[in-house]
Structures are given as C-alpha cells and as structure tokens.
Design a protein around this ligand. Sequence first.
Ligand SMILES: Cc1ncc(COP(=O)(O)O)c(C=O)c1O
Length: 343
Amino acid sequence: MNGKFIDLRSDTVTKPSTGMRKAMYEAEVGDDVYKEDPTVNELEEYVAGLLGKEAALFVPSGLMGNQISLNVHTSPGDEVICEADAHIFQYESGTPAAVSGIQLYPVRGENGIITPDKVEPLIRPTSAYYMPRTKVIEVENTHNRAGGTIYPIGIIKELRQLVDKHNLKFHLDGARLWNASVATGIAPKEYAAYFDSVSVCLSKGLGAPIGSVIAGTKDFITEAFRVRKAWGGGMRQVGIIAAAGLYAVKNNIERLAEDHEKAKDLAQFINGLDNFEIDPGLVQTNILIFKPLRKSVDEVLAQAKGKGLLLSVGTVGSLRAVTHMDAGWDEIEKAKQILSEIN
Ligand SMILES: Cc1ncc(COP(=O)(O)O)c(C=O)c1O
C-alpha cells in the first residue's frame, strides 16, 4: 500500500520488508570500485549461478544493465533489432543513440514476441557497406508493454540459431525473467543459456529497493565493469544495497506465483465488467493491460485515484495494473470493488 492508496501502477513500488532491511543493516561492506565489497561479490556470484553464466555485475538500474550490455556488444553506427514495444526502444530515453551512438531497428511482434521469419529479413547483408551493421538481437522476457507475456522457449532457441547463423549477439532484457521462470517452471539458467548477455532486475517483483544484475562471459563482464565506471555507475560501500538484492533473490522468487494468481483473478473479474475490455488469456504473469470502453484512460485514472486505486497507462488507449507483494488479496478485492464502480 502507498499510504491510503492501493498502488497497482507497477511492481517497482514495493518497499523493503523488515527482513530485507535487517539484511541491509547487517551487510558486510567494502569498496566495490576495488571489487572489495563482500556482499556485492556474493550477490554477483549468486546471480551468475542462477543464470548459469561465468560472471555477473551489479548495476544501479535495469536501464543501465540493458544499455551497458548493448554498448559492450556494439560500436557507434551499429544496429540492434528489437520488438517495437521493447523497453529499450520505448522507455530508455533514447540512450542507445545518445550514449552509445547506435540505432534500434524495431519490428512489430505478436504480443511482444518476435519470430525469426520477421527478424531475418531485417538483418543487414555484411556486403552492404552503406548500411548500418546489425550486431544484436534483443528480446524482453516477460514483455512489459505487451502485458507480461512470456517468450516461448522454442522461439528463443530459433532466434539463437539465427544469431549464430549471422554471427550476432543475443541480449535478454530479463527485468522480469523471474516471473517467466516461476510461471513456466523453466529455470532462469535454462532461458539464459541461449543469450550472450542477460539483465535481471531486483527491484521489481522481488521487492528490493534498488538494483539490477547483468551476466555473461568473464570477458563481457570485464568490459561491462569498465563501462559502468565510465558512466558513473561505480559505487563504493554498495553492499548495503546489494544485501537487499541478495535477500530478494534468496527469498522472493517463488512467491511471485501468488502475484500471478492475483493478476489472473483480477483479470477474470475485469473481464466480467462491461466497462472494460481485457483478454484474460494474455495475463500470463503479473501485468494486466485493459481498455476502458466508456471513458478515456485519463478519466479512469482520475476516478480510480479518487476512490483510492492507482493504475498506470499501458499502450495507447489502455490502462495497466501490476500485482506485487505489497498489494495482498484484501487490496485486490478492494481494487475490484473500485473498478466495478467506474462506469
Ligand atoms: C522490461 C523492463 N526492462 C528494463 C526496465 C528498467 O528498469 P529500471 O527502472 O530499473 O531502470 C524496466 C522497468 O520497468 C522494465 O520493465
């Protein structure tokens, strides 16, 4: 809860639990720019293990995790293929162009999922010296703007074959990879195995206040470490924050199943209302995207807020609700009541 509000704007709104704060208080720390913070080192090793990668790096945000990864894989003038609603394209402030000098080539997928038949025609011929060079294919699992949809592992495998065929790199924005994994039973390392680099967030459904981790080969992480410092992301006694992340990955992954149940329950309820439109089949994890039928998005946002429910904006013309650990079943019931009163 955010004060008097039921806050379903995002799963980023959670506050650290008592257990998490205790872990932060007790964290052993050191200077992480010298790689001497034992808690950061433990977090990086732990997450590298979860993702089955050689090495990992703690970074301040998901944006920085994605952008460092793209920067390491590319040179100025290169191109990255991604889905048209990808976070890196929609919500990362134009950083690929502004900071790395690269361009994105967005392709419209189905519910956020891009398939090799759509991607392959976009890969630039290596002989075309007058074109940008395709360097990376990027996918997002789960896909935020599509409503938390899960990438089928079969499509990931096929995209990997394409990546190998054209000698590219494959980056996963796994901000909510944990949700995909809990929903499907496919281990994070099984998903991660197909990618050269993976970025995962600690501060979304897992409830940590700050932080993401990127993982890949030792060489990739050595270079990522250099870029993080160059971009002002080298932090000192940051174990105090990493401890929250470590607590999150050790305690809060399995419980995401409950957030998924809450989302599905809420979706079924909304589907039964005649003032909104939703496809409950697309609610695969903790994000709901739904359309108001009688009012504008802004009117619904204002009316819901007036009644104590915070929602956010989804894709054009739609609303978004995200379930998380700080909104329990009681809050979901109240949210249902409020939504039923909006007409
Ligand atoms: C899919 C996805 N990737 C990356 C990010 C960026 O994370 P941060 O807000 O920590 O920069 C988000 C944030 O919502 C996200 O949903």
